[in-house]
Design a protein around this ligand. Structure first.
Ligand SMILES: [Mn+2]
Length: 231
């Protein structure tokens, strides 16, 4: 049995960080992986050496991405941003994609992927939603349904074309970056999953399977499939 090492960028300065780290770690360990959180404060040599050892990367939830990275000014409703975190994660994502390593992008991670490919974000979706997409009180339970493209990697992993998911976001992918396509959406048409055209393995979802997997086994399949691809 090989335990592939999964690298996760650490989100600094967040009081919920230990709780979030535990949720990702638990799901990845259950799937047979070991986990290394990567701090943006380590030297670039050290980071290069560590990322080399990682078989795959998980890009986690976190603060909003600064709108300047997709060519917009911040609008009312845009949340807290952390530009140093954005540039650290974008460079890590670039390295990972160059090496064609398996990726699992969750929440902010999916939005980061879209921005990295030249896409834009809707800065505050509250006025356009029919379902409560920003439902922080029900992390572990489904809030809204999503439709899944059965031909996508996501559809193949979940073996279904519809699923209900939790929802902890107030931003959404807007224009989709070149080379990406929408593999799942909400009833209002918000992108809930993205796929990279022609990439070996990338799951990118707007919901948070790490909080659902313990009660909803189908969500654990995403972690299983990701770790399998890292082996
Ligand atoms: Mn949602």
């Amino acid at each position: 049995m090989i335990y592939p090492l999964i690298g996760i960028p650490a989100i600094e300065k967040n009081p919920l960080q230990p709780f979030m780290q535990y949720a990702y770690t638990r799901c990845l360990r259950r799937a047979g992986a070991s986990v290394q959180f990567l701090s943006r404060n380590i030297s670039s040599d050290n980071l290069a050496e560590t990322t080399d050892k990682c078989a795959g990367f998980l890009f986690p939830g976190g603060p909003d991405i600064h709108p300047k990275l997709y060519g917009r000014l911040a609008q009312p409703g845009c949340g807290r941003t952390d530009p140093a975190q954005d540039s650290f994660e974008l460079s890590l994502l670039g390295t990972a994609i160059k090496a064609q390593k398996p990726l699992f992008c969750i929440g902010r991670g999916m939005q980061l992927l879209n921005v990295a490919f030249g896409g834009t974000l809707l800065q505050d979706m509250k006025r356009r939603q029919e379902y409560p997409h920003y439902d922080l009180l029900h992390r572990a339970y489904a809030t809204h349904p999503v439709d899944i493209d059965p031909d996508s990697l996501l559809g193949q992993v979940l073996k279904t074309d519809t699923i209900t998911v939790n929802s902890l976001h107030h931003q959404a992918a807007d224009m989709i970056g070149d080379g990406l396509w929408i593999s799942a959406d909400s009833p209002e048409g918000f992108p809930e999953a993205l796929q990279i055209e022609g990439y070996p393995f990338c799951l990118a979802v707007q919901w948070h399977p790490e909080h659902m997997a313990a009660n909803t086994p189908v969500q654990q399949r995403l972690f299983q499939a990701f770790v399998e691809a890292c082996r």
